[in-house]
Design a protein around this ligand. Structure first.
Ligand code: FPP
Length: 224
């Protein structure tokens, strides 16, 4: 059975779910937050150590201002209301992406990271204003500056996911099969699961079905 340390998720389909059920994309984002709580709980039950969630990409700034503001207010309320309970469950929160938000949100993010930094039950990497191409360019620049030799090992040290094992599983919900500039380097050998369901409909049974299937896959990593 394959060991499972890291699951990464592209939580797609909130907007479509919201329009279908409540005539508002934002209602879909609110519903999507419940699924976030489900996967956190199930990840702990499955002894998964890293959960990376794509919450906002560098391209998502193109969305209407009303939707962007709503997403960040959801995030702000989530942190304000839940950080204590995440901390009690020994969950560590780490942001990947560039923290270029309002100064209030930036402070809240830094405070949440600081508060939970010694926790070791589950590390949640929340990808916010994250884009893989930007991450790779910044890593190259830092490596160049350091004058170290360009090797895989040296390069990885400048990624935002340094010290985190690559994802074993990548899940994308929402019936779309693309990577959308998410962890392009890190998913080189991940097992990828594209799910038809929209993110708010994705449930603990779906998650556990994927985990069960993953554990039985023969992973070769280029070998035979
Ligand atoms: C993609 O669906 C989803 C997002 C861009 C945001 C994800 C946010 C959440 C799940 C809620 C907030 C999370 C936290 C951790 C506070 P989409 O809007 O692109 O859906 P569509 O493809 O149907 O338009």
């Amino acid at each position: 059975m394959n060991p499972l340390r890291h699951v990464a998720i592209i939580m797609d389909g909130n907007g479509r779910w919201g329009l279908k059920h409540k005539k508002s994309r934002n209602a879909g984002h609110r519903a999507g937050l419940n699924t976030v709580e489900v996967v956190i709980k199930e990840s702990i039950k499955n002894n998964i150590k890293y959960l990376t969630l794509f919450a906002f990409s560098t391209e998502n700034w193109k969305r209407p201002k009303k939707e962007i503001n709503y997403l960040f207010s959801l995030l702000e309320n989530f942190l304000k209301n839940k950080i204590e309970s995440l901390h009690k469950k020994k969950i560590k929160l780490q942001i990947i992406g560039n923290k270029k938000f309002s100064s209030n949100l930036n402070k809240l993010l830094v405070k949440s990271e600081k508060k939970t930094k010694k926790n070791n039950v589950l590390q949640i990497n929340l990808a916010l204003n994250y884009g893989s191409k930007l991450e790779l360019i910044e890593a190259f620049k830092k490596l160049q500056k350091s004058k170290k030799t360009l090797t895989e090992k040296n390069f990885k040290q400048y990624l935002q996911t340094k010290n985190i094992p690559d994802p074993d599983i990548l899940i994308r919900t929402g019936n779309t099969q693309r990577l959308s500039n998410f962890l392009l380097w890190q998913v080189a050998y991940s097992e990828i699961f594209f799910e038809k369901k929209l993110w708010p409909d994705f449930n603990h049974e779906d998650y556990n079905r994927i985990i069960k299937k993953y554990k039985k896959i023969k992973r070769n990593f280029g070998n035979v």
